[in-house]
Design a protein around this ligand. Structure first.
Ligand SMILES: Nc1nc2c(c(=O)[nH]1)N(C=O)[C@@H](CNc1ccc(C(=O)N[C@@H](CCC(=O)O)C(=O)O)cc1)CN2
Ligand SMILES: Nc1ncnc2c1ncn2[C@@H]1O[C@H](COP(=O)(O)OP(=O)(O)OP(=O)(O)O)[C@@H](O)[C@H]1O
Length: 197
């Protein structure tokens, strides 16, 4: 599963599966995530947490965002870099804040330099993903945005990386590409799975 064509076929099939989840299944997963994840030590001890606005059937962290915000966590969202469109920036976000669709149709805050949060100041990034395996390999949308943004940092420098996923997004094995940044854990609507390395 390393060649780009195989990755693309798997990506299409996993994206289709998550888009086919019913409204009830999505709601159940979003509530489950918001009820177990805030109490986990990785989140409990974090003060600055990046998450995302759900798109394309992704597990929806918006209830989680409200719980975290009520517990005093500072939240941030990824925004597409205005000049270097292959990189993400992270900007302060308060639930309910006005957002605008970016070029890919995903809502994001309007760029405001004073509200940017340097990556090193984030304790945790909750990342969207298309697929994951039991070793912490992650398959994303194929833009390489998170990999490129995180690739310049050593594991010790970068925030803890927790993928958020529906359990149907787990696959047996993903061959990591050389640029793939492994994640530390995956949280589903039911549980948090930590990867030892
Ligand atoms: N919710 C969410 N936010 C995110 C990501 C993500 O995967 N999910 N990203 C993770 O990297 C970044 C954006 N990357 C993305 C890459 C491709 C597509 C996408 O839907 N592509 C469409 C075509 C869109 C178009 O051109 O109009 C497609 O492939 O069908 C979306 C986001 C940053 N924000
Ligand atoms: N650190 C990097 N340096 C150079 N190119 C990269 C890097 N990371 C990713 N890429 C490029 O980005 C493209 C997409 O990578 P990949 O298929 O791994 O994306 P993804 O992990 O699924 O997406 P995302 O990280 O946006 O969720 C690849 O073709 C690769 O060439």
């Amino acid at each position: 599963m390393s060649d780009p064509q195989t990755r693309q076929i798997l990506r299409q099939s996993l994206r289709q599966q998550r888009r086919q989840l019913s409204y009830e299944q999505q709601k159940h997963a979003a509530i489950g995530l918001a009820s177990h994840l805030p109490d986990h030590s990785l989140i409990h001890h974090a003060s600055q947490i990046a998450l995302y606005i759900a798109n394309d059937g992704e597990i929806d962290p918006h209830i989680l965002a409200e719980v975290l915000s009520a517990r005093g966590k500072q939240l941030a969202l990824p925004i597409m870099h205005p000049f270097n469109d292959e990189q993400l920036l992270f900007q302060r976000f308060r639930p309910g804040q006005q957002l605008m669709n970016n070029a890919l149709g995903i809502p994001e805050p309007e760029l405001s330099k004073p509200d940017l949060v340097p990556l090193q100041e984030l304790d945790v990034i909750l990342l969207p993903l298309v697929g994951f395996d039991p070793h912490g390999n992650r398959l994303g949308m194929g833009g390489g945005f998170y990999d490129r943004t995180l690739g310049g940092y050593t594991p010790a420098q970068r925030p803890t990386l927790i993928g958020l996923a529906h359990s149907c997004q787990q696959v047996e094995k993903l061959m990591a590409a050389e640029w793939d940044v492994p994640i530390d854990a995956v949280a589903t609507g039911e549980q948090l799975i930590r990867f030892d390395r």
